[in-house]
Design a protein around this ligand. Structure first.
Ligand SMILES: C[S@@+](CC[C@H](N)C(=O)[O-])C[C@H]1O[C@@H](n2cnc3c(N)ncnc32)[C@H](O)[C@@H]1O
Length: 235
């Protein structure tokens, strides 16, 4: 119960409407082949760094490893995996209905370079080796608009500091939001972070997506407002 309460404050809900039998079957059969199962060390003991070569079948992917935090239904993650077969894609998403949708994309597209963590991305980030990520996507994270909930936002000094440790110099951090209060927060926290350089030179750079950045399911719903796209480079 206590664990469940912790989860709710971290990222909201874990299950939505009842899964269809095909979705449940993907969770039962395909997910175990792709899932990242982190060892849980006792409190206060740092986890062993994750062996990424082993995770991707015995060798590090030639194009490096990219991470997508909160992939939703996974269409962007799988598009990136298919477009960049030389890259290993890790996706983190605790919402199981989204994970099931992502597995359907993985199966349909026949990609074998995706691995999934069905929990809070920060647990995975604690276990990744330093300098192991070549690109990170945080697309339309939950805005937690109430001031008292701002501390739950994924984009925080602490997570950015950790991402800076995990990302190789020159690696790109892609952020997107359509929430009018999260945008200035992202600019304040990420674009001014000393480890990151904001790549925008003109408004068109944050108003439009680059060609290799397909629209996510959430973006297409146009829930909050105008989507904004931020690209930053690890210095
Ligand atoms: C508004 S949705 C956007 C989903 C997707 N990126 C898109 O654009 O369609 C935010 C997602 O982030 C996930 N999420 C929230 N906190 C997270 C965390 N700490 N680690 C991983 N995923 C998280 C939620 O479960 C949710 O699916």
């Amino acid at each position: 119960m206590e664990e469940e309460a912790r989860r709710r404050t971290l990222y909201g809900r874990r299950r939505g409407k009842k899964l269809r039998s095909g979705q449940q079957s993907l969770l039962d059969t395909l997910l175990p082949r792709l899932a990242i199962d982190l060892p849980r060390p006792p409190d206060g003991v740092a986890p062993e760094p994750l062996d990424l070569a082993r995770l991707f079948g015995g060798a590090l992917p030639k194009g490096g490893v990219w991470l997508e935090v909160g992939f939703g239904a996974g269409e962007h993650l799988v598009w990136q995996a298919k477009t960049h077969p030389e890259v290993g894609l890790i996706g983190c998403e605790p919402y199981l209905n989204g994970v099931a949708k992502c597995l359907a994309h993985v199966e349909r597209e026949g990609v074998d370079n995706v691995r999934l963590m069905t929990d809070d991305a920060r647990l995975l980030m604690a276990a990744l080796p330093a300098g192991s990520l070549g690109r990170v996507f945080v697309l339309f994270p939950d805005p937690w608009p109430k001031t008292r909930h701002h501390k739950r936002r994924f984009v925080q000094r602490e997570t950015l500091d950790r991402l800076a440790e995990l990302m190789v110099p020159g690696a790109e951090l892609r952020l997107a939001t359509d929430d009018p209060s999260y945008l200035p927060w992202m600019v304040e926290h990420a674009c001014t972070h000393p480890a990151f350089e904001w790549l925008a030179e003109r408004p068109a750079d944050w108003r439009g997506r680059p060609d290799d950045w397909p629209a996510t399911r959430y973006e297409k719903k146009r829930i909050a407002g105008i989507p904004t796209f931020l690209r930053l480079r690890r210095r």
